[in-house]
Unconditional design. Structure first.
Length: 359
């Protein structure tokens, strides 16, 4: 295993003390002891999720980045392909040695079947990496190498620190023309940590009332703007599917005020990230009239968190959605919202400031 400090490649016997034999730097992991990642592999995941240390990321972003690495080496695919190629080699040798055409045909049939099954094998729907295992790995990494510099740390609430919360009058003279409403506080943290609100002059709140210190005054200010542009950013989940509709039709939000556009992950986008799905949070499955039977069935079992998409892509796609019109949707009660195309097309390319992988 290589040392990430000096790049020395050491044998297990040379690093039995848990340190590099050359520079004496501490290793966070030891594969021989059962750790699923090496230090270089974990460092590479941090590098990818931070877009080479350019973008801040959450704990959940890093979790999915590590889960994505396991998804690439799908065990089923490896096993089937191995059976196929091994059958081809051994069967051919046996057939040649015995001169049996029938044996060669059987060997080829086994080989082709194994290869076809291997190529068709899909990853399991949900990550093999568990959250407790991830937390343990991150603790080991932080103890050996320090907390990743771009990792977003949730600030303590003002009530817990004794600090005075921002006053409503401090916001009363300010005006936003745009707002991003998220289904998760973690998404708010991600956007704020990357200064999306400053760079795009928009308010960022969660539908759950986060950040608590400014939620009420900011929402009141947004509702006073009759031309407010609201963007609903969410998971592919039952709750996420309802977010834009709720914002557009609820009198507590923006019914009859401005324009609401859905820019979150739609159910139809989830197939591309099979292997990173999570369990549905629905206690009583619902059937949505605007979804197919297959999509409703998927929502009853699974969800896809926005955090499974790398932060750089989320930020770039959200910016792109704010500059492109959506498709109008009319609700049962006469409300109107729009559906953007943030996560429906190809990856954001270099013309948008650089590309990254959607999956």
């Amino acid at each position: 295993m290589k040392c990430i400090k000096c790049q020395t490649d050491s044998k297990y016997s040379e690093r039995s003390g848990g340190t590099c034999p050359k520079c004496r730097a501490r290793f966070a992991f030891e594969p021989k002891s059962g750790d699923p990642f090496t230090d270089p592999a974990f460092a590479a995941a941090i590098d990818r999720v931070s877009a080479h240390d350019a973008v801040r990321f959450t704990h959940t972003n890093l979790y999915y980045e590590l889960a994505r690495a396991g998804r690439r080496t799908n065990a089923k695919k490896v096993v089937f392909l191995a059976i196929g190629f091994l059958g081809l080699v051994l069967g051919t040798l046996a057939a040649v040695g015995s001169g049996s055409i029938a044996l060669l045909v059987v060997a080829l049939a086994v080989a082709v079947s194994g290869i076809v099954l291997g190529l068709r094998a899909k990853p399991n729907p949900t990550p093999a990496l568990t959250q407790p295992t991830f937390s343990s790995l991150l603790d080991k990494w932080s103890a050996a190498h320090g907390t990743p510099s771009k990792l977003v740390q949730r600030a303590a609430p003002a009530s817990a620190t004794g600090r005075k919360a921002p006053l409503a009058k401090e916001l009363a003279t300010y005006s936003f023309d745009r707002a991003v409403i998220c289904d998760r506080p973690e998404t708010v943290d991600l956007l704020l940590a990357n200064n999306f609100h400053f760079e795009n002059n928009c308010a960022i709140l969660s539908v759950t009332g986060y950040p608590e210190a400014v939620f009420g005054p900011v929402l009141e200010m947004l509702r006073r703007n009759p031309k407010i542009e609201v963007y609903a950013l969410h998971d592919a989940s039952a709750e996420g599917h309802e977010l834009a509709r709720k914002l557009a039709t609820s009198p507590e939000w923006f019914r009859g005020i401005g324009r609401v556009t859905d820019v979150g992950i739609l159910v139809k986008h989830a197939a591309r990230l099979r292997g990173l799905w999570s369990a549905s949070r629905q206690t009583t499955p619902r059937a949505f009239g605007d979804l197919t039977a297959e999509e409703n069935a998927w929502l009853s079992v699974y969800a896809l968190e926005l955090a499974a998409i790398r932060p750089e892509q989320v930020i770039k796609r959200l910016f792109r959605a704010m500059t492109q019109p959506g498709t109008q949707v009319t609700t049962d009660d006469g409300g109107i919202f729009f559906v953007g195309g943030s996560f429906g097309g190809s990856d954001v390319g270099t013309s948008d400031g650089g590309g990254d992988s959607f999956g």
